[in-house]
Design a protein around this ligand. Structure first.
Ligand SMILES: [Zn+2]
Length: 144
């Protein structure tokens, strides 16, 4: 927002996803609407203005120290996701042609919020199963 941090990204996919988990909801104020981008293809300008927080055992979130704009979500545990970062689509100069591929934690969505279209909608249970994470906790606070 303030311009202290800028980036260019290669290999930006034509699709993006939405996460409605409790942490994304609180972090963004609504839901995380982001594209999965290979970290190696992103170069940052003003990187000294980037703040990071290990927000869970497996992921960190980054934002601009100067204005607070959320910059990315990153899975830090080794695995297929750790080479990517999730960049909110509002940060790109253009989102023309980008399509919504799916929503996760659909059962944690703000009830009056709705995204139309024929994309996948996975519940928290389905997401945990997909990533092979045991669903042995059951509070509404344990998102990503
Ligand atoms: Zn989330």
């Amino acid at each position: 927002m303030c311009g202290a941090v800028r980036f260019t990204a290669r290999d930006v996919p034509a699709t993006y996803g939405i996460c409605h988990c409790e942490m994304c909801r609180r972090w963004t104020g609504v839901a995380l609407v982001a594209a999965t981008v290979p970290q190696a293809g992103v170069s940052w300008e003003g990187a000294e203005h980037i703040a990071r927080l290990q927000s869970s055992d497996w992921a960190e979130r980054a934002w601009c120290k100067s204005c607070g704009t959320g910059l990315y979500y990153h899975v830090t545990t080794p695995g297929p996701m750790s080479g990517n970062i999730e960049i909110p689509i509002g940060l790109f100069d253009t989102t023309e042609g980008m399509a919504l591929s799916g929503e996760i934690y659909i059962d944690h969505k703000i009830p009056s919020l709705g995204f139309t279209g024929n994309h996948s909608r996975l519940t928290r249970k389905e997401v945990l199963k997909q990533f092979g994470i045991a669903d042995d906790f059951d509070t509404p606070d344990d998102g990503e």
